[in-house]
Design a protein around this ligand. Sequence first.
Ligand SMILES: NC(=O)c1ccc[n+]([C@@H]2O[C@H](COP(=O)([O-])OP(=O)(O)OC[C@H]3O[C@@H](n4cnc5c(N)ncnc54)[C@H](O)[C@@H]3O)[C@@H](O)[C@H]2O)c1
Length: 246
Amino acid sequence: MILKNKVAIVTGAKQGIGYGIALALAKEGCKVVVSDLNQKDCQVAAEKIKKEGVKILAVACDVSKKSEVDNLIAKTVKEFSQLDILVNNAGIFPFVPFLDMKEADWDRVIDTNLKSIFLCSQAALKKMKAGGKIVNISSIASFVGFEGLTHYCASKGGINALVRALALELAPKKINVNAVAPGAINTPGAAGVMTKKEKDQTIAIIPAKRFGLPEDIANTVVFLASNKADYITGQTIIVDGGWTLR
Ligand SMILES: NC(=O)c1ccc[n+]([C@@H]2O[C@H](COP(=O)([O-])OP(=O)(O)OC[C@H]3O[C@@H](n4cnc5c(N)ncnc54)[C@H](O)[C@@H]3O)[C@@H](O)[C@H]2O)c1
């Protein structure tokens, strides 16, 4: 158990990649704060993860709202008296052709996917000590373009750039900041909304010939959150079954 007695927050953790990360952290002995938009959803996920035998706290938080983010951090520290790991996972990816995109569409994606990283990281860093880790969930959409996702691609590219700058600023404090860039992962929000034809077309272009699993991302996050990754900072690690290789 490489994270025994550490305390982690995972945002967007009721399902998909976030749930997979929260479960993997718990399996490594971490006390986990399971956070998502709705308190009931957080509690349902927390009850399942509790079976790993570690303490789990459920706290609802819309990561685009500063007051809710501050409440998430305050509740975490009140319950567990420390905060070692922040996983900024919550994100949305609504397809909208660029010329149809409303200002509100743009703002919602940027606020949820990018401004949230600023809000959550700043609030968490006020409580984190040396050895702390921030892991952000980016996307291969930060490296390659996807039609209908200009706002999303911009938000994820922004994450990679933020990670490099924040990692530099925090290196003297011995706090590491990294990102994981998933390819196509089998989650309710992604593969879960595709038709059979869309899934087959997606698998056809992935060199590994399968969707990734939340565990594929979670394994990388666990590593980056552990002291085995103490000398890695400012990086975005692609986990995509080879999608971006050609
Ligand atoms: N699944 C993929 O193929 C894929 C690929 C690359 C990157 N990602 C990224 O991985 C992350 C998780 O994606 P997923 O596929 O598990 O998605 P998902 O839609 O299955 O789950 C996302 C979770 O985030 C929560 N969420 C949405 N807005 C929120 C907000 N404002 N505050 C708090 N929580 C919020 C949702 O309620 C949901 O539980 C996202 O950042 C996404 O961009 C996913």
